[in-house]
Design a protein. Structure first.
Length: 408
């Protein structure tokens, strides 16, 4: 792989804008930021463009086809929040520079019949995500109704290769299925405490304020949804802030739950050119389970969390390209989420941090998320300046994964 010098582009390093400078890539790594261009380097002219770290989606359910789609949108890493792409199953993905990299929770701790079983129509049996061939033993389904069961599953999930541990805290009220089996506080507390004994990061699915309180009481590290059942209060914002919890709001998912489709995004030629018919149909659809919700309340909660100094992460909850899981598409919805975050009142740079350096830091991905010497050369070059106009993130000029440029 030749030495590559990306020259003349403004550089956003994941935390701040450096201005126009040269980024030197040797093999899989960034070896220098700034300085002269070596005579032996292959030059990529970045004039008129901005160089960003590869984007990270902090909440997906994915497979190899979805990872390929994500990479086409400059998303170089996806964090799976329920699925099969654990350490023991992803050797082919890790070495394939035509798809995004992935980390996974494996399957989340939830009661039998609990979330997400209610999302699927009667008779629907979800198989592996598109592009995934089952490898090794069947996935571990950590169904738990007691503290003892939750505790017992933690070492099994770790042995199966989970990168972090996820807990479902959901009574079904937002999905139109109130009374859904749900983890009780004692079971949640015990599971989180056991995971922490092993040094594991813990995350929770929580769509209501009450579920959010439960997760924080249990000592959760991160929330991979933002409540949508009511406006925020100073009390809940302070609770999240002082617990040091990060939040992936997944505004695109909340919007979809409220019946707001991704049609405007799908109609953007920069998006439409990269989607197949199945993904386009899904993006133009919605979950639609919570039409009484108010997206303005969600956006106000995002701004309040940001103003309080809570770490926000870009996540989408993109999964299978099916209309009843609609409003979302791998890769594309990351850009939609960035737009929602700025609509909420974050600056474009704050939104970009949420898709790069902040997510990498909170998930311990110390080799990516920033443009700095010694890190992976996961890079996105876009025309324009997304630190001013966030939708410029869709103006893809080039994508690199581990220093390998994705074919146009």
């Amino acid at each position: 792989m030749p030495l590559t010098a990306i020259t003349g582009a403004q550089v956003f390093d994941g935390e701040k804008t450096l201005g126009a400078t040269t980024v030197l890539v040797d093999g899989e790594q960034i070896v220098r930021v700034g300085g002269a261009v070596p005579e032996t380097a292959q030059i990529v002219d970045g004039s008129g463009a901005t160089l960003l770290p590869g984007l990270i989606d902090a909440h997906v359910h994915t497979g190899k086809d979805a990872l390929a789609l994500a990479l086409r949108f400059g998303v170089t890493t996806e964090l799976e929040m329920q699925g099969t792409n654990t350490r023991n199953n992803r050797a082919d993905i890790s070495e394939d520079d035509t798809v995004a990299d992935v980390r996974s929770s494996g399957f989340a701790i939830t009661p039998p019949g609990g979330h997400p079983s209610e999302l699927f129509p009667d008779g629907f049996r979800p198989g592996p995500p598109a592009g995934v061939e089952p490898i090794g033993p069947a996935p571990l389904m950590p169904f738990s109704t007691t503290p003892e069961e939750a505790v017992a599953f933690i070492p099994q999930l770790i042995e199966r290769g989970s990168d972090y541990i996820k807990f479902m805290v959901d009574d079904g009220s937002v999905e139109g299925r109130p009374g859904l089996p749900m983890l009780d506080q004692a079971t949640l507390n015990a599971g989180v405490a056991e995971a922490k004994k092993y040094g594991m990061l813990t995350v929770a699915h929580a769509l209501t304020v009450d579920a959010t309180r439960m997760a924080i009481e249990a000592g959760i590290d991160g929330l991979v949804h933002l409540f949508m059942d009511q406006p925020h209060t100073d009390e809940i914002i302070d609770l999240i802030k002082y617990a040091g919890v990060f939040v992936a709001p997944c505004v695109v998912l909340n919007a979809s739950m409220m019946g707001i489709t991704g049609s405007d995004l799908a109609g953007d030629p920069r998006v439409a050119s990269r989607l197949d018919a199945e993904c386009d149909t899904a993006l133009r659809s919605s979950f639609g389970h919570y039409p009484q919700g108010n997206i303005k309340d969600v956006l106000a909660s995002v701004k309040a969390l940001s103003d309080a100094g809570v770490d926000l992460l870009v996540g989408t909850d993109a999964s299978l390209p099916l209309p009843f899981l609609g409003g979302l598409a791998h890769g594309a919805s990351v850009h939609h989420e960035l737009q929602y975050l700025t609509q909420a009142g974050l600056t474009p740079s704050q939104a970009l941090r949420a898709a790069t350096a902040t997510t990498a830091r909170r998930f311990g991905l110390n080799d990516r998320g920033r443009i700095a010497e010694g890190l992976r050369a996961d890079l996105l070059l876009v025309d324009g300046d997304p630190t001013i106009t966030i939708s410029d993130t869709l103006n893809t000029r080039a994508v690199w994964r581990r220093g390998t440029r994705l074919a146009a």
